[in-house]
Design a protein around this ligand. Structure first.
Ligand code: SF4
Ligand code: SF4
Length: 355
């Protein structure tokens, strides 16, 4: 599959394109000085890196999110900057022709292998073209220049790999580590395309993958908890909590800790990157975080809407009630909560679930 040469980039307004480059630089923790370099890397890539995108055991949610991104669309950007030579889900080819495309792309080597979905370890539980997904990955990965596991199913099994894991689903790292291959993990259900764009741009800019933590996640995205970055944090510290959906406290945008929010446990960039084309994110929309970007999701996060008993806070373990008592309201004035309250008020009248 080949895109029309740089068509979307040419159609994108220069100002929008630079805005995108600026936002990407900020997301990657780079200074504004990198904006022209990012623009240069994107538009002048002499030879677009080849991408092989395998969609394995998953619901294709990451692809869905990827192809729906817009203004400016990472999908357009990727399709213009990269040569997507094989993609199970969105390619026009089918049957023997698709198999031939995969064989040729893998045979050429040096591609970026994006893997969406996990791999059943039990024979016959997940097959493409008569072959186990596990075997397809084992054949393709050694020939790749870089391997990116995209989304929770690929990084840690996700829903398919949750207990009791009937297909014996394995994550990309579980399959590749014994083969001596290190991969990038971008957990998320689904994973936001901006994260993949960040990894690809890092590759184009610096000719290498980003700095990874001990779980293979780029440090530039996954080094802080949702709680650390949360716009409701002032209310947490002031001990002001929502205790039931549909209450005045909900309207005021108070902290969702008592509604089961797992933000304090979850290392993820959601408050910074936001979703649905940067419109909002879970907590801004009034939903407690269920930890879906964490490497131990979902098994370590049940029940989703039960309050955490303890929380590590400033080096000690405490409870939400004690945090409120200890800190009082002193920090509220120092942290802007107006945006949160405004956003929550715009949801006025919407009733949530209280599980
Ligand atoms: S507990 Fe949840 S809602 Fe409250 S401040 Fe932390 S992340 Fe935000
Ligand atoms: S549930 Fe939590 S980790 Fe998942 S997208 Fe929402 S804020 Fe991020």
């Amino acid at each position: 599959m080949r895109s029309n040469s740089f068509s979307a980039l040419k159609q994108m307004k220069r100002r929008d394109f630079l805005k995108f480059c600026g936002a990407t630089a900020a997301m990657m923790g780079l200074s504004e000085l990198y904006v022209p370099k990012i623009a240069e890397a994107v538009t002048s890539a002499a030879k677009r890196p080849s991408v092989v995108w395998l969609t394995l055991s998953c619901d294709s949610g990451c692809t869905e999110m990827f192809i729906k991104a817009r203004n400016p669309g990472p999908a357009e950007l990727i399709l213009d900057v990269l040569s997507v030579d094989y993609d199970d889900t969105i390619m026009a080819a089918a049957g023997d022709q698709a198999e031939e495309n995969l064989k040729n792309a893998v045979g050429a080597g040096g591609f970026i292998l994006v893997i969406e979905g996990g791999m059943p370890s039990k024979h016959g539980f997940g097959m493409i073209g008569g072959r186990d997904m596990l075997d397809i990955v084992k054949e393709a990965a050694p020939k790749a220049a870089a391997v990116v596991a995209l989304g929770s199913c690929a990084t840690n099994g996700g829903i398919q790999g949750a207990r009791p894991n009937p297909s014996g689903l394995m994550s990309v790292s579980e399959v590749l580590s014994p083969m001596g291959i290190k991969n990038v993990n971008l957990p998320g259900c689904p994973a936001d395309p901006k994260l993949l764009v960040g990894v690809v741009l890092n590759y184009l800019l610096f000719k290498k993958l980003p700095d990874l933590d001990d779980q293979g996640r780029p440090r530039m995205f996954y080094s802080k908890t949702v709680h650390e970055q949360c716009e409701r944090r002032a209310y947490f510290e002031a001990g002001r909590f929502v205790e039931a959906f549909g209450t005045p406290e909900m309207e005021k945008g108070y902290c969702l800790y008592k509604m089961g929010c797992k933000g304090p446990l979850t290392y993820a960039p959601c408050p910074a990157i936001r979703y649905n084309n940067n419109v909002s994110w879970c907590i801004q929309a009034g939903a407690p975080c269920i930890g879906c970007l964490d490497m131990k999701w979902p098994d370590n996060f049940y029940p989703f809407y039960a309050q955490l008993k303890d929380i590590r806070f400033d080096g000690t373990t405490t409870t939400a009630d004690n945090v409120g008592k200890a800190l009082g309201a002193v920090t509220v004035a120092g942290i802007a909560v107006h945006a949160t309250v405004t956003a929550v008020k715009s949801k006025s009248g919407r009733k949530g679930e209280n599980n």
